[in-house]
Design a protein around this ligand. Structure first.
Ligand SMILES: [Cu+2]
Length: 298
């Protein structure tokens, strides 16, 4: 430091870093807007935001995410300004005789209290969101998702049927089906109804994750986890197992079709017969719904 050339270089680096951080933030917020335009519950190339929210919980997660992005952005900007002031005003050349001040009570109280206040402001919506996710509202429908190496099995205990849901291999994809996301038997749920999802693992830990629903919950052998969603728009939504579960981890996607109540009733009637007839539709360990025991892999 000291020479004007070095000084201007340092300031330039700082300003450059600050602008880069702000640009990243802007692109991120913008990415959220871009992805909102695509209402189809799947990831897209080059998007930087979150997948479009399809449930009230996901909407709240997006709000909280944007809120945090603003707070962290403003703090970053504030620290950047302080650093620039220090570099410009207090270098050896412009400030040859340093101040001997060792403390300032008011300043010290302020820099303790302000971060506490910021954390409280973050904690309030954070806890509200956690409660919304974890306290299940009365459900219209219960579904049990069991993770296997490497596919999902779904049970509809109220309608007494279940089925396996397997990835469609790349060579078998038909028009409109997605590589690594489409499955042979998707989960089907009625639109606008509260669905309770009970999740467990049959062999190792998996994770049932649906980004557009704001749901990600571990599927743990010997334990029954619960979550919920209410999809407000009909459509097809995709998710993936999100816990490294072995070499087929990338090949056990989740496909959820959200359909009208009438279509759902028709599908249930058909599915009961179809899955009973082909033998894959046996309900698996219904006792697990209430006793939280593990589903046996055999
Ligand atoms: Cu898995």
């Amino acid at each position: 430091m000291g020479s004007p050339v070095k000084l201007s270089k340092a300031v330039k680096y700082l300003i450059g870093a600050g602008l880069f951080a702000l640009a990243l933030m802007a692109v991120h917020l913008d990415g959220g807007l871009i992805s909102s335009a695509l209402a189809d519950g799947m990831p897209h190339a080059r998007e930087t935001g979150l997948q479009e929210a399809a449930t009230p919980v996901a909407v709240d997660i997006h709000h909280f995410y944007n809120f945090l992005l603003w707070i962290t952005g403003l703090i970053t900007l504030f620290v950047l300004i302080l650093l620039i002031v220090v570099v410009v005003k207090f270098n050896r050349k412009s400030n040859p005789v340093p101040s001997k001040v060792s403390h300032n009570t008011l300043l010290e109280i302020a820099w303790t209290l302000v971060p506490i206040l910021i954390l409280v402001v973050i904690a309030i919506p954070s806890f509200r969101l956690l409660f919304k996710e974890l306290v299940l509202p009365p459900a219209d429908l219960t579904i049990k998702a069991t993770g296997y190496q490497w596919y999902w099995h779904y049970d509809y205990p109220e309608a007494s049927f279940g089925f396996d849901s397997n990835l469609i291999a790349e060579k078998d994809l038909k028009a409109g089906q997605l590589r690594l996301l489409s499955v042979d038997n998707p989960l089907v749920v009625p639109v606008g109804e509260t669905v309770r999802v009970q999740v467990t693992g049959a062999d190792v830990i998996h994770s049932w994750a649906m980004p557009s629903f704001g749901v990600k919950i571990d599927a743990i052998p010997g334990r029954l986890n619960e979550t919920w969603f209410r999809a407000d728009k009909p459509g097809t939504y995709y998710g993936q197992c999100s816990e490294l579960c072995g070499n087929g981890h990338a090949f056990m996607p989740i496909e959820v079709r959200v359909v009208s109540k009438e279509d759902y009733a028709t599908w249930v009637a058909q599915a009961k017969q179809e899955f009973a007839a082909n033998g894959t539709g046996k309900m698996q360990n219904v006792a697990g719904l209430v006793t939280t025991t593990a589903v046996q892999a055999q």
